[in-house]
Design a protein around this ligand. Structure first.
Ligand code: AMP
Length: 213
């Protein structure tokens, strides 16, 4: 019973993934997080990845598929997995389908958080992520929560690729490249589209409806 979380940058994938992990005991596998961890390690691979991410482009399938495979070998499918930010094109989709077959697993839920381009800008340029617990805030909308954050606000950082121009280009690249993947999954059982511009709690409720509380 694994799940794919789709959505352009700023759609709220990270926030919703944390909710699902907490309430449904899933394991979150985010390729964005895996890639940012490589950057933190300061390896040669990390440096190469940083150059690509900072331009808002996609990292090569070879690198991303490799990171996903390595993670899955470690975590197996002891918990159902949320694939967050993966697959982003058809080649990655094939790779994921092969991995699932190998482990006798399937995707039971596909959730697409759809948000229009004009809403994304403020969401992304105001985004602050906690380095310690991965909680996500927005400096335009969540000043009080930022002040009161339990890890301390010093852990809140702005992602380098959350700059306005890069963010909008990431949105366009995502929508264009991911469209064939959405076309592939949208006809499958378990596909749900949610309006990602709704309030966070409203989206939680819709996710509860889908995951069956
Ligand atoms: P995200 O955290 O999902 O917004 O991803 C941040 C950045 O990491 C993206 O803009 C891409 O540069 C890169 N990235 C994340 N996932 C993938 C993927 N599946 N394929 C290629 N690049 C990715």
């Amino acid at each position: 019973m694994n799940l794919i979380l789709f959505g352009p940058p700023g759609a709220g994938k990270g926030t919703q993934a944390l909710y699902i992990v907490k309430n449904y005991n899933f394991f979150q596998l985010s390729t964005g997080d895996l890639l940012r961890n490589e950057i933190k390690n300061k390896s040669q691979l990390g440096n190469d990845i940083e150059k690509i991410i900072s331009k808002g482009e996609f990292v090569s399938d070879e690198i991303v598929d490799n990171l996903i495979e390595k993670s899955i070998l470690k975590i197996k499918f002891n918990h159902p997995i949320i694939f967050d930010g993966y697959p982003r094109n058809l080649s990655q989709t094939n790779n994921l389908e092969n991995i699932l077959n190998k482990f006798n697993q399937k995707i039971s839920f596909i959730i697409f958080l759809n948000v229009k381009r004009k809403i994304i800008e403020k969401r992304i340029t105001g985004r602050m992520t906690c380095e310690k617990c991965n909680m996500i805030f927005n400096q335009f909308f969540n000043q009080k929560e930022i002040e009161e954050h339990h890890c301390g606000k010093n852990f809140l950082i702005k992602r380098q690729d959350d700059d306005k121009e890069i963010a909008m280009s990431r949105y366009d690249i995502y929508m264009e490249q991911t469209k064939p993947v959405l076309d592939f999954y949208s006809s499958k059982e378990g596909f749900h589209e949610i309006d990602g511009s709704l309030k966070i709690d409203q989206i939680y409720n819709k996710i509860d409806d889908i995951l069956g509380v």
